[in-house]
Design a protein around this ligand. Structure first.
Ligand code: NAP
Length: 245
């Protein structure tokens, strides 16, 4: 398999770390982006190296254009042009809509939507010029179905669907694909921090009867990032244990 250079935003922990490790199993070069969790990002880099890839930790708040541009320069210095961008960085700030402040609305939309905008804009020329360029965006089941207390998050994740389809059209003439993965509930910090009774309900409401794993999502992302998905673009791939059946 040909080597690829990849940027995975928000890969200090959780799903992003799993994606970075999966890419490393292919022998790929992985830029491990983080906002503030430097030690965790360095641990991801260690895991990438142990799995057979090459890693570098690159700090940038994806909501800040200048930080993302600096990150691009650091990635170019370390590995050269990028073939694969995974827009994965994300946060939640859950609160019932009537209690939601404008700041809670903006903060969540900024990370997911402005973050995807800045990173895709900044790496667009690399992706377009790549032999087999790949843009993979991480959305969520919640972007389709909504969720109590997550108006900000659901709106952001629904926006990622339209963003993906549009980028798929605009990148297609360059032979670059853009796809999206919509995970259900996955056992990362984002979900493990919920009260036990809420997690029990999530498991019960999922036909497969459990939370998904980081590895299960990383496998789908790896497929979309690889040459094996060469005729798939503009798609949303659900990986949710049947939750929206
Ligand atoms: P997580 O464990 O909380 O990890 C979030 C990652 O995003 C961290 O690496 C964090 O880095 C980074 N991040 C947050 N804000 C950032 C910013 N402004 N700039 C750069 N990096 C930033 O979350 P996760 O569960 O793995 O979620 C990863 C993605 O999957 C998110 O987009 C999430 O919405 C989506 N998703 C998750 C689930 C689930 O059940 N867990 C389900 C569906 C979709 P720092 O620690 O350095 O801030």
């Amino acid at each position: 398999m040909e080597s690829k250079t990849c940027v995975v935003t928000g890969s200090s922990t959780g799903i992003g770390r799993g994606i970075a490790e999966r890419f490393a199993e292919n022998g790929w070069e992985v830029a491990v982006n983080y906002r503030s969790s430097r030690a965790a990002a360095e641990e991801t880099v260690d895991r990438v190296e142990a799995a057979g890839g090459s890693g570098v930790a690159v700090q940038a708040d994806v909501t800040m254009t200048d930080e993302v541009e600096r990150m691009r320069d650091e990635v170019h210095d370390a590995f050269g042009a990028v073939d694969v961008l995974v827009n994965n960085a994300g946060i939640t700030q859950d609160v019932r809509f009537t209690e939601m402040s404008h700041e809670e609305w903006d903060t969540v939309l900024d990370v997911h939507l402005d973050g995807a905008f800045h990173c895709t804009r900044t790496f667009y020329d690399d992706l377009a010029a790549a032999e087999e360029g790949r843009l993979v965006n991480i959305s969520s089941l919640i972007g389709k179905g909504g969720n109590f207390g997550q108006a900000n998050y659901a709106t952001a994740k629904a926006g990622i669907f339209g963003f993906t389809r549009t980028l798929a059209l605009e990148l297609a003439p360059e032979g670059t694909t853009a796809n999206c993965v919509a995970p259900g509930f996955i056992g990362t910090d984002m979900v493990e921090g919920l009260p036990e009774h809420v997690k029990d309900t999530l498991r019960e409401d999922t036909p497969l009867g459990r939370l998904g794993t980081v590895e299960e999502i990383a496998e789908v992302v790896d497929f979309l990032a690889s040459d094996r998905s060469s005729f798939i673009t503009g798609e949303v791939i659900d990986a949710n244990g049947g939750k929206d059946l």
